[in-house]
Design a protein around this ligand. Structure first.
Ligand SMILES: C[S@@+](CC[C@H](N)C(=O)[O-])C[C@H]1O[C@@H](n2cnc3c(N)ncnc32)[C@H](O)[C@@H]1O
Length: 149
């Protein structure tokens, strides 16, 4: 399942590309979001983590085909990812994935980060903004400004 075009556009509109630091997709799938960002912003460091072999392979082929030198794609669990370089995290996970992310943020992320999540909310954080897409599901896009305590 990948983010719809509307979801991608809405998520990207919430991201400040002038922020220093990388943009990380915590489950980059077929590369829909990371490839769009890396193409549009060649000076932005874009990173994707993906567990599934086939989507990761396809997105990696596109990365090399499109010569996206600013895009790094890891076949790796985001729970083992280094998030300290990120200024922005994007995701379209599932409820259990959001719980894991919440725990990882609390334990490991000591910088301010913008988090944009398609469909699923962080269980213990108040979003700064919730945008409802104009689709049949009124899909929510959650925006958070994470600040370490
Ligand atoms: C719904 S897709 C979203 C893909 C892409 N981010 C998008 O918005 O189009 C979620 C992806 O997250 C991956 N995923 C789920 N748990 C993960 C984990 N712990 N680490 C890395 N990737 C994960 C899944 O394999 C799947 O490809």
């Amino acid at each position: 399942m990948m983010s719809s075009r509307k979801a991608c556009q809405t998520m990207l509109a919430e991201i400040d590309m002038h922020e220093e630091g990388s943009l990380i997709d915590l489950g980059s799938g077929w590369g829909t979001l990371v490839i769009a960002v890396a193409k549009k912003h060649p000076n932005k460091q874009v990173i994707g983590y993906e567990l599934s072999c086939f989507p990761w392979l396809v997105s990696t082929i596109f990365k090399y085909g499109l010569r996206l030198d600013n895009l790094t794609l890891y076949r790796k669990d985001f729970k083992n990812a280094e998030l300290s370089t990120a200024s922005t995290l994007v995701c379209y996970l599932f409820p259990g994935g959001m719980i894991a992310l919440q725990e990882k943020l609390a334990l490991e992320v000591f910088n301010n980060v913008i988090i944009v999540s398609n469909t699923f909310a962080l269980p213990l954080c108040q979003p700064t903004k919730v945008i409802r897409l104009r689709d049949i599901y009124k899909t929510p896009i959650y925006v958070y400004h994470w600040q370490p305590k």
